[in-house]
Each structure stands twice: as C-alpha cells, then as structure tokens.
Ligand binder design. Structure first.
Ligand code: GLA
Length: 750
C-alpha cells in the first residue's frame, strides 16, 4: 500500500525528503522456488537463477515491480523517497503496466482513445489466475512448453472502471531458461468504440542505477551491427516503421550494467516475438529508474475495438543472466531452439546447399540449371536451390521488374514445367554419399510487380492509400496480406507448386518495405494474415524446410523463427563483413537459424578477396551452410578443397544447430575473433579461430576457452588432451600465416 502525501499546494521545493515505507504486504519467503509463486497479491516468477517479482498496491490497485534480477525468494519492502513536487507517487514507482494521464509522465505502455475521446486510463487490479503450462496466443507466434514443468503462467486481470476496458497481463516463466514472457490483451467491455493507439507487450522499471543499452542496427548488406550506449535521463529508443522488423533495427534490446562484458556481469535481454513494425522505448526517469518497453509501433497501430472485441499484443521475452551478454544470448538460443521454432528441422542438421543466385543471377535456361545441379552433386552438395527467375509467362521474370505474383514456371525456360527438371535433379546422387540431391525453390509471395498478370487482374490487392501514387521499390509493390483473398491466393500458389513437384526447401523472400497503407492498423492486420499463411503452409508441408529472407536479413526476427527455422542472414557474403554480422546477429538468434554461404572472389558486394578456407570457416558458423557460386568460376585448387569442406560441415553441423555458443573474442575488440560451440551436454565442441590482419614478429595470444567442465579432460583435434581448467584458465595458442587465416578445432570430452 502506498502511503500518499498531500499533493503539492505551494512553494515547497527542497523541503521534504521523507522516506516513507511502501508497505509491500508481508515479506514472506516464497513457498517454492520454481515457476509462479503467489502470496496474497504478491507475485513471483522464479527461474533457476532469476526472479521477477511484483505486487498490487492496495490503495491504488496499481501493479508495482519489486525486483527483476538474480534469484531471490522474498521481497524487501522498498523505501520510496517522497518530496513534494509535480510528480505524484504514481510517477515515482516502478510500474508493471503504466497507463496514461494520471501523473506518471514517463512513456506509457498503453494509450487508448476512449469512446468519449479521452486518452486517460485507470487500470486497477481486479483478479488473477495461475494457469498450468502456457496458453497459445491467438493468431500470433509464441513460445511454448514441451513437457510438464517447462513453463507456467500467471494472468493478472486489470480493469478500468471508467471506460469499462479490461487488460489481461499474461506472464509465463520458463524456469530452466530464466526467461519471463509477457503479452497483454485489451478487451473493450464497454458500449462504444475505442481505439488502441499504443500497446507495449512488456514494460518494466529497473531500479535506480546506471545502465548501458545494446541493440542491433544496420541497413541492407550490413545487418546485425551491435551498438552499445549509455542510458541517460530522458527517452531513447528505436524501432521499425517499415511494416517489417527490418534491417535498420532489430526487435531486441539488452540492458547491462556499465561494467558488464561479454562473459561477466549483469545483463537483461528483451526480445519481441513479432515480424512487423515495432517500438522499443528506454527511459530514465527523474527517480533514476530505467523503464524499458517493447511492443507494437504506435505509428502503425490505431486499432479500433468495438464492444466485446479484443486486441492481443505479441509476446515479449525477457531474460536475465549474471554471466554477461553471452549468458543472455545462450538463454535466448536455447529458448528459441526448443520453445519457439516449430519446424521439425529446428534442431536437425541442415543439408549443405548450393544456391544459384550469385552464380547465375537471371542468366539461365533449363540446361544451365541442370548443369549447375550436376556440378553441385559432383562436389557433394546435398540440396540444390533454384533462386529468382524461374516463373512468369505474360511478364517473364528474366529481369527484376516483371513477373512477381505469377507463380507458374516460365515456358521459354522450362517448356515442360518444373516437374521434369525437379525429377532430373532429384535423381542425381551427391558425391561421396548415397544421398539423392534435394531440390529447393525461391518465392517472393507477398510482392507483386505492376508488370504481372496478377497485378493487371487485381490492382486492388496491392497496398495503397486512395489515389496517392503507389511508390515502387525494386520495381515492386506489396500485396495487402491483411485481405483473406490475398492470403488464400498465396496459400494456393505455393500449394500448387509444392504439392506437384518434389520440392524439399523454400526460400521465402521479401524485398521491400511497406509504404502506402489504407490505415495505420493495416500493418498489424497484415502480420496476422501473414502468420495465418505461414501456419497453414507449415502444417500442410511439414517436410519442407523453409528459409526466410528479406533482401538478406531484413526480416530476421523471432516471429519468423516460429515458422522458418533459418533465415538468410545478409546479402553481403563478404567473409570479413560476415564476422560482424554473424557475431552481432548471434546476440539474440541461435546459430542454427543463420544461413551462411561461400561465394566467389572478388566478393560481389565489397570487392574484397579472401581465401576460400577463411570464407568457408566463417560460413560454417551458420546452421545452414552452403555455396552461392558457379563452380565453373573456381580455381582448380579451390575446387579441390570443396569435398573436404563439405565433410567438415557435415561433421560439425549437429553441434552448430544444437549447441551453445561462446563468443570468445569479438571482432570489434580483437584481430583474432573466436567462437566456441559446445553441444548442450558439453561432450563435443568446435572452435572457430580467425586471424584478420597479418602480424609479424608477434605471437598470437593464448585463447582461453569457456563453458567447459574444469574437472573433465578434453581431446583437442584428436591429439593432445587437457583438462577443462587448463583450457579455460591458460588456453590454447596457435600460429597463423598471413591475412585471413583460420582454424577449426574439434574438442571432445575424453
Ligand atoms: C534478394 C535476396 C537474394 C536473392 C534475390 C533474388 O535480394 O536476398 O538472396 O534471392 O533477392 O532476387
């Protein structure tokens, strides 16, 4: 219960600095330490190493956060400094669901335009329920439990008496993964229409103190760039208004103590499970608390709710680790691998592939494609992917300004359709194995070129705002996937191809952002439609491996991972740029989800020439390893290395897709970036170690490993054996030769 002082009626500045006790009801120990613990209206979500605690303020009915950090099993009542001033108590406490208009001047989690036009809300605690497991989120991607005890859930029901609007806050905890998940559901229980103008999925106030914030920024061909900056007084945030998660910012935030490093110190991680426009707000208020919130972007919301209607926010995951930024990453990786990705391929080794794009672009016919597939099989590749350019008849897709939307094989290129080609390709046997070559195909289902039969037939299916010009990017427009008829068209187009040819893999591309929309809310309606399409196709074709792509990593987000277990990380295949992009992307995303390919040199994006071994070792750190080149362009020496590279890929891929990642040296800090992957049971590992610039008369420093059992002994590359303690406290040393040299070292528990 908050004890309230009389409000400021005069000139009393600097007068009172009382410390009044927030009478957090009882400081009883939690009855148990795992999962959801409720004591009256005190709530705790406990994990193995985390506690998230809040309570109901008896006087105001507000939800007050007590703690989000390392595991504790009781709450110490908080002393709130009191002073008379413009900011009332409501603006001086750590709130779980800050609403608008009653004296909390920090950024709100919710803003509703009520029937009468007001934007004031007054949400107070009404009741709560503890739910076994974790309910699904209607129409949205969400984390899930697999076994009893994986996850438990608390729903807190809030209600605004004045507007008759209900807000249900659903909290789940995955105790083994120290992850707290929250989503919010708003229901209009009144008689008139209301508009949701802002809705954060997660909102938390961290205690007084200094924090740094970390995010991933970028652009096309330079995704996943880590940025760290100090959180200062006032608001600072980022987001996407592109309609998608975008290359520009990722729906990921980490807050860390100023002295937290990759492997030490307190770190909080937040991730929104969503593919559309999002907003991340961080605000340090006058009391020094740091408010963090993630949710739908208010610029793309304005969601109308009639009487009885509801809006459910996407969910947001929050994790906490005392083991630095790497600790947070590993929690997210395990959670995403085991409790977010639904595909049967989530923790399966991925086939080594060859993709036609950088090798041939649009310049091919059926026999050239078959030759490329044949050469792939001869090298030992297991999956051949035909990229852009295979479809469109009235408007052939032989160039990137035509054909999108017309998903029939181009008859000039494939006179008998795709069927015979697919049959021929899948009859090939991959060298050094008995496996038949698999066939994969590129689509960009959400887009349409004005030069297409689809657009000529259904111009209204393209997103537009009245008579405003329909602005083009890469000569294309976006289909309005909010429309059920567009969803059905996409489902039917893909089903037609996937149901009639032996296609094992689909690359689902998305090469532009959304510009003109009929209404702000269309952006979220589009996402709900898209998720319906994904869910339907995944269920219909469970044996197809789907890879997401959006001009590279423009839609690399946790929402996508629910349906597609891998995403093409970047159109920039230059191995030096890739170290930064892949290390950055791995802050949140498991290596299993990253597509990484070896391309030719000089690199087509940067012009840089890097030896094949280094390029391959960088790409091998991604879960889906492959080539994106025409083997005819390889030198004999490079070509001769490929079977060995494929053998290595197949040996280590099970550890890459299922293992834990330890970023040992970061590319921004060291000339010798290094990463260690360890199987979840710790029995096998693979170490990647790179030298970027050549050095002379200078030994490479010892590289200390992490994550091993100090008492166990490990064999390094099948020869020497050392204890985990030695490898972690002293380390290994290797000699490198010149620029862009690299090692891959296998580690096995003896
Ligand atoms: C995007 C993708 C590429 C390729 C092309 C084809 O740019 O990111 O990998 O598929 O489209 O047009």
């Amino acid at each position: 219960m908050t004890s309230r002082l009389p409000s400021n009626k005069g000139l009393v500045s600097g007068l009172i600095a009382l410390a009044s006790l927030l009478a957090t009801p009882t400081a009883a120990q939690d009855a148990s330490t795992g999962g959801v613990v409720v004591n009256g209206t005190n709530f705790a979500l406990n994990g193995d190493h985390v506690s998230y605690r809040f309570h109901v303020d008896e006087e105001t009915g507000d939800l007050i956060n007590d703690h989000f950090g390392g595991l504790v099993t009781e709450t110490v009542p908080m002393l709130t400094p009191k002073s008379q001033g413009w900011v009332e108590d409501i603006g001086r406490v750590k709130r779980e669901f800050p609403d608008l208009g009653r004296g909390d001047f920090r950024v709100p989690a919710v803003r509703i335009q009520q029937t009468a036009g007001y934007t004031v809300s007054d949400f107070r605690y009404r009741s709560h329920d503890v739910v076994k497991g974790k309910p699904a989120l209607p129409g949205l991607p969400a984390t899930f439990g697999r076994e009893d005890g994986d996850v438990s859930t608390l729903v807190v029901h809030m209600y605004d008496n004045y507007s008759s609007v209900a807000a249900d806050l659903t909290y789940s905890v995955f105790p083994k993964l120290d992850a707290i998940v929250r989503s919010v559901n708003i229901t209009n229980e009144g008689k008139g229409n209301i508009t949701i103008e802002r809705l954060a999925s997660f909102s938390v106030d961290l205690p007084y103190g200094d924090y740094d914030m970390i995010e991933l920024k970028g652009d096309w061909a330079r995704e996943g760039m880590k940025v760290r900056r100090k959180v200062d007084y006032g608001t600072q945030g980022f987001g996407s208004t592109t309609g998608y998660s975008s290359h520009l910012h990722n729906p990921f935030l980490s807050l860390v103590a100023p002295d937290t490093t990759e492997s030490r110190g307190e770190a909080w991680g937040f991730s929104l499970i969503y593919t559309g426009s999002f907003a991340v707000d961080v605000e340090k208020g006058s009391q020094g608390f740091t408010r963090a919130m993630l949710g739908l972007n208010p610029y793309h919301l304005s969601w109308n709710l009639g009487p009885g209607e509801s809006l459910t926010s996407p969910e947001c995951v929050a994790t906490y680790s005392e083991k630095g930024i790497g600790g947070v990453s590993r929690l997210f990786h395990r959670l995403f691998r085991n409790h977010l990705m639904k595909s049967k391929f989530a923790v399966e080794p991925r086939p080594v592939l060859l993709n036609s794009w950088e090798g041939l672009f649009f310049d091919y016919n059926e026999s050239r494609i078959y030759n490329l597939a044949q050469e792939s099989a001869e090298l030992g590749v297991k999956l051949f992917v035909l990229d852009d350019g295979w479809f469109g008849n009235e408007y052939p897709r032989v160039i990137d300004n035509a054909g999108l939307g017309d998903w029939q094989a181009n008859k000039d290129r494939f006179p008998n359709g795709l069927g015979p080609l697919v049959d021929q390709v899948t009859a090939l046997t991959a060298a050094n194995s008995s496996d038949k070559l698999q066939f994969g195909l590129w689509f960009e289902p959400e887009m349409v070129n004005p030069n297409s039969t689809l657009y000529k037939t259904h111009p209204d299916w393209a997103l537009h705002a009245g008579d405003y010009p329909r602005t083009l990017t890469r000569s294309e427009l976006v289909l309005n996937v909010a429309l059920p008829e567009v969803q059905d068209f996409i489902i039917a187009s893909l089903s037609d191809i996937l149901g009639n040819a032996s296609v094992s893999y689909v690359k689902w591309d998305n090469n532009r952002a959304i510009h003109e929309m009929p209404r702000d809310g269309t952006a979220h309606a589009y996402m709900l439609g898209l998720y319906r399409v994904f869910e339907t196709l995944m269920t219909r074709f469970p044996d197809v491996l789907f890879e997401g792509c959006a001009s590279g990593g423009g839609r690399f987000d946790p929402g996508i991972l629910q349906y597609f277990p891998q995403v093409w990380t970047s159109d920039d295949t230059d191995a030096l740029q890739r170290i930064y992009t892949q290390f950055g992307t791995s802050l949140l995303y498991p290596p299993s989800s990253m597509g990484a390919h070896v391309s030719v040199v000089p690199n087509q994006q940067t012009g840089r020439t890097i030896p094949l071994q280094f390029r391959a070792h960088i790409a091998l750190m991604g879960g889906s390893f492959g080539f994106e080149l025409d083997p005819a362009e390889l030198s004999d020496a490079d070509r001769a290395q490929i079977p060995g590279i494929i053998k290595l890929a197949e040996e280590i891929n099970p550890i890459i897709v299922k293992g834990d990642l330890w970023r040992l040296n970061l590319p921004e800090d060291s000339n010798w970036p290094a990463a260690l992957y360890l199987s979840e049971d710790g029995s096998k590992g693979v170490l990647f170690y790179f030298q970027v610039r050549s050095t002379y008369n200078q030994p490479t420093p010892y590289l200390r490993l992490q994550g091993l059992d100090p008492a166990a002994r490990y064999t390094v590359n099948g020869t020497d054996t050392y204890s985990g303690a030695t490898l972690m406290r002293m380390g290994l040393q290797y000699r490198f030769q010149g620029e862009y040299d690299s090692k891959v070292v296998l580690i096995e528990k003896a």
